[in-house]
Ligand binder design. Structure first.
Ligand code: AP5
Length: 277
């Protein structure tokens, strides 16, 4: 089976889809911001660690053109910065990550707030791994309300625990291009070597059994309550994460379809209103 296609980390050279603003901060401009079509998709992906959010975020990005904004990718990229460029808060964040614990809300929020241009982006977004606590969800809600930007939907992926653990413990990532594989389900052609760039595959530090346990507990304690939070706001969509990534993607699109129709109807309504004025 082929590797899971996942977006690649930003490079300083501003290559296409490099998510420069997300990775480097608001002083960097993305080279290929999609033109606004008047109703960009603004999605939040929820689900336990390893359920496949990143894999689906990539597929949604390809189809809907909304940027894939992952806070986990952001922290991993920051951890590669020179030690002298890392703030004490960022160094502490790396330690939380290694242990599988959540990074404190204040540190996460500082990073997201610095990148609020990505939330306002005309191309929309697929948020993966944020918000992860009720506190973060409230902060996002306030930021979006202050900008007058609505969320389109929140997709919650569900999978039995045993399959989640199997996905996490088998995950391997290319250290160069970040393509994601699975040791048995989605192996590379040559063991330990990336099909795309020959880069070396590694196991994420937080995919070791002791960290997986801590991550799953943190999810149950802090992130699962967001399901109710977004259900109450009428934005929640539940999607089974069983099957191939393509199956899951198709299920997601079916769930999002009523939103698309609603957005189309709203556009027609707005156009009619404009003609009347
Ligand atoms: P983060 O990077 O967000 O990790 P996560 O939520 O634990 O999610 P993962 O990336 O592990 O899994 P995923 O659901 O994206 O699955 P994937 O598609 O890779 O966060 C890491 C850490 O950063 C946190 O623990 C925390 O410390 C910190 N952090 C980040 N954001 C934070 C926040 N907002 N607040 C506080 N702390 C924060 O798939 C997994 C595997 O399964 C892969 O091998 C893939 O190939 C395979 N796979 C995917 N889909 C399928 C399929 N359908 N069938 C078979 N295999 C599949």
């Amino acid at each position: 089976m082929a590797a899971t296609d996942k977006p690649q980390k930003a490079s300083a050279s501003h290559s296409k889809h490099d998510r420069a603003t997300w990775f480097q901060g608001s002083s960097w401009a993305c080279p290929d911001v999609p033109q606004s079509n008047g109703s960009p998709w603004r999605l939040v992906l929820l689900g336990a660690p390893g359920v496949g959010k990143g894999t689906q975020a990539y597929l949604l990005n390809q189809r809907l053109k909304a940027c894939h904004l992952s806070t986990g990718d952001l922290f991993r990229a920051a951890s590669k910065a020179k030690e002298c460029d890392q703030t004490p808060a960022m160094k502490a964040a790396m330690e939380y990550m290694r242990r599988g614990e959540l990074v404190p809300d204040a540190t996460v929020w500082e990073m997201v707030r610095e990148r609020s241009a990505c939330i306002r982006c005309a191309g929309g977004f697929v948020l993966d791994g944020f918000p992860r606590t009720l506190g973060q969800a409230e902060l996002l809600k306030r930021l979006m309300a202050s900008e007058g930007i609505p969320l389109t939907a929140v997709v919650n992926y569900e999978l039995p625990l045993a399959e989640i653990v199997a996905r996490l413990s088998g995950r391997r990532t290319c250290e160069k291009c970040k393509t994601v594989y699975h040791a048995t389900e989605r192996p590379p052609k040559v063991a330990g070597c990336c099909d795309r760039c020959d880069g070396k595959l590694f196991q994420r530090e937080d995919d070791r059994p002791e960290s997986i346990k801590v991550r799953l507990e943190a999810y149950e304690r802090s992130t699962a309550p967001l399901i109710d939070f977004y259900r109450k706001s009428g934005l929640l969509m539940q999607v089974a994460a069983k099957g191939t990534p393509e199956d899951i993607f198709q299920r997601t699109v079916v769930e999002l379809e009523p939103q698309r129709i609603g957005r189309f109807a709203q556009k027609l309504w707005d156009a009619a209103e404009n003609r009347r004025e």
